[in-house]
Design a protein around this ligand. Sequence first.
Ligand SMILES: O=C(CO)COP(=O)(O)O
Length: 214
Amino acid sequence: MFVLVNLKAYPCDPVAVAEAAATVADDTGTRVAVAPQAAHLSAVAATGVETWAQHVSGVDHGSHTGSTLASAVADAGAVGTLLNHSERRLRLAAIDAGLRAAEDAGLETVVCANNPPQVGAVTALGPDMVAVEPPELIGTGTPVSQADPDVVEEAVAAAGRVDDDVPVLCGAGISTGDDLAAARDLGSEGVLLASGVAKADDPEAALRDLVSGI
Ligand SMILES: O=C(CO)COP(=O)(O)O
């Protein structure tokens, strides 16, 4: 199971969370990655944790003020990027362009989608992984894997109909080992989570509980 911790724009200490994630990954052999704000990528990568960007722009060098170049996040130490997160939604052409930019920069990709039909659509674009995250459960603490198991199973089926080799992750409200185990039992190959770790008083304890479900 792949555990991808999205720090969003939460007021946490990204380096402290990264150090906790690196420790838990080392101790348990679990693949744990952290996606901080772009400005914190280098500091997070310096902890040794697997580091992901939250978004990259589908552009190359040029007149693109305010863009986030895939090559720049790779230079900062990121090895992967999210695209089309529910809080950073893109048009289809922009997802495709982001994927090509990430690919050119050697970044692994997870394309997010709100529901199973969207999972099928974005799987067709050839990402490394896809993630289903129902927006209505994001940040609620109600785990998609236990509250809405059908959506996870249907997302796995939707991706499989397009390309059997693209792993499906799920996210929204995931925080405990039981949530992760339920996700795994539904065919999910990883989880995407944020508040359960970024808002925890003790992020390392939260991550240890989470990976206990593997
Ligand atoms: O959006 C998410 C991860 O990208 C999920 O957020 P929560 O874990 O806070 O529900």
